[in-house]
Design a binder for this molecule. Structure first.
Ligand code: SF4
Ligand code: SF4
Length: 260
């Protein structure tokens, strides 16, 4: 397992916009498993907020900082999470046999591979839509040896169980867009952006050296009434929605006012 992504490919990768009813032929074959799970072939693997909370629920053996890296995105100046590759360049979820330890909860980018998605925001209609891009010839799964199967995009997405995931991806895209339009994010301090990162991705983590969770700590600071339910019992979906609709917006508003 773990091959060089380019070693089988004789043709150039072709990126084509593809409609939901259009078909493509592909099969992720076992002899290739793991190839798209190493830094050498992927570069950065971006994670959405929902990805991070779903992964945390699956990898109770790991601390959040064992598998994600938080960076401040240059363009937006907002925190963004990425997979933290292991020292050998492998994904922390990659098993010895090339399979994925978190297959059912794998990140959106992994689940839609070999497609990628482009989010389109319509301000007037207040909607987000997704365009799919087929990255033809990108990997072994397009070759005859992989015995590709023909499916249309809808069938492919349905197979990966992406409906709920895409709903929350769209919510995140919409919120990030709103924040960029509303606030002068470049004027926020490193400390404020660090807190914002925790409010987005770390609600279920313990505050360093303290026996309390970020969610409880930040509820106090933001004067959000404490929930009756214990933090560990919130689902990944609930945590994502709280981060995007409650904690991050309130911190952004607080930081914005502090500047005045
Ligand atoms: S998605 Fe493509 S590169 Fe990744 S394991 Fe499957 S066939 Fe190989
Ligand atoms: S999360 Fe799973 S599918 Fe995605 S890169 Fe890691 S091992 Fe591969």
């Amino acid at each position: 397992m773990v091959n060089n992504l380019k070693q089988f490919l004789k043709k150039d990768v072709k990126n084509t916009l593809i409609k939901k009813d259009e078909s493509f032929s592909f099969n992720c074959a076992k002899e290739c498993w793991g190839t798209c799970c190493i830094k050498e072939n992927v570069g950065h693997l971006q994670l959405s907020i929902y990805d991070v909370y779903r992964l945390l629920k699956k990898r109770l053996d790991l601390n959040i900082l064992d598998f994600i890296e938080l960076k401040i995105e240059e363009k937006s100046n907002l925190p963004r999470a990425y997979i933290k590759w292991k020292e050998n360049g492998h994904c922390p979820n990659l098993e010895e046999d090339g399979s994925c330890k978190v297959y059912a909860e794998r990140p959106y980018t992994c689940a839609i591979f070999p497609l990628s998605s482009e989010f389109r925001i319509d301000d007037e209609l207040n909607t987000v839509t997704i365009d799919y891009v087929l990255r033809e010839n990108l990997c072994y799964g397009f070759l005859k040896d992989a015995k590709p199967l023909s499916r249309n995009i809808l069938e492919f997405l349905d197979l990966q169980g992406l409906e709920k995931i895409e709903e929350l991806e769209m919510l995140e895209v919409k919120k990030r867009d709103e924040w960029q339009k509303k606030y002068d994010l470049k004027s926020f301090t490193d400390k404020q952006l660090h807190i914002l990162g925790q409010a987005l991705y770390c609600l279920q983590d313990k505050v360093l050296n303290k026996n309390s969770y970020f969610m409880d700590r930040y509820s106090e600071i933001l004067k959000i009434p404490k929930r009756k339910k214990r933090v560990e019992n919130f689902s990944a979906e609930e945590l994502t929605t709280l981060a995007l609709e409650e904690f991050a917006p309130r911190f952004l508003e607080k930081f914005h006012k502090e500047k005045k």
